[in-house]
Design a binder for this molecule. Structure first.
Ligand code: X2X
Length: 333
């Protein structure tokens, strides 16, 4: 029967791209989606985790990785992990705030001064507070975040020396009220665009600027469409490993423990990989044609303060969450 043959042929052709070897034999075939290309530490470390999970569960749990927003933009994939179309998804807490408002608190401008402060807060009481809010919003979340890093501003037009060059800047920001508010407070004209459309937006001049850690600028090849990189370190951003709660509960407890432990190990290794890249990539990006400068962050931060940004977001997050943030960072207003 020709039709039947065609259907089977299609399935055989498609399967190598979406299923790891032996996946059909597994009891739990779960998808992990993320926004980075293969070769990025997120995917390298999660592939190691997937291999260990398969080995330690005797093949009962097969995790297939879908890199590079293959299944949709970050905004779309959040809907898919809520519905169960995707079982695992790493999403920036700041973008997750469309569903869980307090999840953007780690992105408050110039809050953390270094990575040790970041992990003290996010592996500690502030992270626990955010995780409870995520759980209350009916998503399962792993205990430890993955790293994106301190964010830097790139442009195709002029280097950012201070507040003057920010005024009126057409800058792409991820889809999130905190990002829009912060860059509006800095006097920019921010436009919300998902990551998977950012390269094209910069290439076609929909935006002249964007902001990301060096490792992400490199992973997205933004050096092809941006000339200047100004090291503002204006906010820190990382990813929560979200899981569809029904898919999570379907795993017996011993399998849950194996998955969680290996995802924690992956997060710890990925954090170190990303720190190293963010520390060392400047020279490589200069080699690819980008020009770097180091503006004084104090002048930029002062613009946020006088615009009332800190008061506004203190009120929005509430005293409890804000207090947990300031317990690590010191007073921000
Ligand atoms: O969208 C971005 O800029 C990115 C890749 O950094 C995030 O996932 C927040």
């Amino acid at each position: 029967n020709r039709r039947r043959f065609l259907a089977v042929g299609g399935a055989v052709l498609a399967s190598p791209f979406i299923m790891p070897r032996g996946a059909s034999a597994a009891e739990f075939n779960y998808k992990f989606a993320n926004n980075f290309p293969l070769g990025h530490p997120m995917n390298n470390r999660m592939q190691e985790a997937a291999d260990r999970i398969a080995a330690e569960t005797d093949g009962r749990v097969a995790l297939a990785i879908f890199p590079n927003n293959q299944l949709g933009s970050d905004t779309d994939t959040l809907n898919q992990v809520r519905s169960g179309a995707v079982e695992f998804f790493t999403l920036s807490g700041i973008i997750l705030s469309s569903l869980v408002p307090v999840a953007s608190i780690n992105g408050v401008g110039f809050a953390f001064s270094d990575m040790s402060e970041v992990w003290k807060a996010m592996d500690g009481p502030l992270g626990a507070h955010v995780r409870k809010a995520i759980t209350d919003a009916r998503l399962h979340v792993m205990p430890h975040m993955f790293n994106n890093g301190f964010r830097q501003i790139t442009t195709s037009t002029v280097p950012i020396e201070g507040p003057d060059q920010l005024r009126g800047l057409k800058i792409r920001v991820p889809v999130s009220p905190l990002w829009t508010s912060m860059f509006q407070s800095l006097g920019c004209a921010p436009t919300s665009i998902n990551w998977n459309e950012t390269y094209t937006a910069l290439q076609t001049g929909i935006a002249d600027a964007q902001e990301n850690p060096l490792s992400t600028i490199d992973a997205g090849k933004l050096f092809e469409v941006q000339k200047y990189c100004s090291l503002t370190n204006h906010m820190w951003d990382g990813f929560w490993m979200l899981a569809n709660p029904r898919a999570w509960r379907a795993l017996p407890e011993d399998l849950q423990q194996i998955v969680e432990k290996n995802m924690t190990d992956a997060a710890m290794a990925q954090r170190a990989d990303i720190d190293e890249l963010n520390r060392t990539l400047r020279t490589e990006l200069e080699g690819k044609g980008m020009a770097f400068n180091e503006p004084d962050p104090a002048a930029i931060r002062e613009v946020l303060r006088t615009a009332g940004f800190y008061e506004e977001w203190h009120k929005s997050f509430g005293d409890e969450a804000w207090g947990l943030l300031e317990a690590t960072t010191g007073q921000l207003t």
